[in-house]
Design a binder for this molecule. Structure first.
Ligand code: SAH
Length: 277
């Protein structure tokens, strides 16, 4: 069974119904659809573009930043060749998987508990002629039933906040080959300061998710044969994306909460890469 709790049903309903311009219009720019945020320097000149092309320029710039986020993640998967298999855990509309196949020529499985997303992503793979290598499955990432040890690398791109980390990393540890790599990009709260701020709670309510404390990642990895090899704080790198998004026509209303959470120092945007030992 793919969906095993009322909570997962709520998450699936959210993503089945989701049609935000901030995802669809950005994806339309290049046909690569993401559900994650952007990183890197913003070209602020887009705000000064002539009236008739300004909106288009802002959308293209936001899309460039979300693509750069995915490429940074893929760059941490290690030495991947066409013979390898990758798993995109919580794969959304499939953008990261399609970029991974384009970069490495390998087989990629994406899993999502949103059937609508899975159908959308499989259509994208077919249209791009890569459906023989990139396959999306309506499956729970906590229990995929895939073959143990079959994956050279697994990633979660902004999808760890929907599950209990011990369950997730136990599942990943089983699927990863020894010497394989795990990478996540995620928001987490800094629990050195105790409990999460109101802004973090607002984000949780908005997305029906539960942002984990930073320490929970390292504890759950240590318990599941995952040894961190790099930890990169992307907080300062993602703030410009949010500033541009806040000024754009595709703002969804959650921008202030992210900016407040990042600026007050209690919330971080992290990349964590770990080796399966
Ligand atoms: N990684 C994608 C999508 C991120 S949005 C991207 O970067 O674009 C979060 C995703 O996690 C959604 O696709 C949602 O369906 C998925 N998800 C949440 N809980 C899940 C679970 N238990 N199993 C599989 N997918 C899950």
């Amino acid at each position: 069974m793919t969906i095993v709790s009322d909570y997962q049903n709520d998450v699936a309903s959210y993503w089945n119904a989701e049609r935000n311009a901030v995802n669809l219009r950005l994806g339309d720019v290049s046909g690569i659809y993401h559900h994650h945020y952007g990183i890197g320097e913003v070209d602020w000149s887009v705000l000064e573009a002539p009236d008739d092309v300004r909106e288009e320029a802002i959308i293209a710039e936001l899309h460039r930043l979300e693509n750069d986020q995915a490429r940074l993640l893929l760059g941490h998967l290690g030495d991947i060749g066409p013979q390898h298999r990758l798993l995109d855990a919580g794969s959304g509309r499939g953008g990261s998987s399609i970029l991974a196949n384009a970069a490495f020529g390998c087989q990629v499985d994406g899993v999502s508990i949103s059937q609508t997303q899975v159908e959308f992503a499989n259509r994208q793979a077919s249209e791009r002629g890569v459906a023989d290598k990139v396959r999306f499955h309506f499956k729970n990432m906590l229990d995929t039933g895939f073959e143990a040890g079959a994956y050279q690398a697994i990633w979660n791109n902004e999808s760890t906040m929907y599950v209990v980390l011990d369950d997730l990393f136990a599942a990943h540890s089983r699927l990863l080959a020894r010497g394989g790599r795990y990478v996540t990009i995620t928001g987490c709260y800094d629990d050195v300061y105790g409990l999460p701020s109101r802004a973090v709670s607002t984000i949780n309510a908005h997305y029906v998710c539960d942002i984990h404390p930073r320490s929970a990642y390292f504890r759950a990895m240590a318990a599941n044969r995952l040894v961190p090899t790099s930890v990169i704080d992307l907080t300062a790198d993602t703030i410009p994306y949010w500033e541009l998004r806040q000024k754009s026509s595709v703002a969804t209303g959650i921008e202030d909460a992210f900016l407040d959470a990042y600026r007050d120092g209690g919330f971080q945007y992290l990349l964590i890469a770990a080796d399966r030992v």
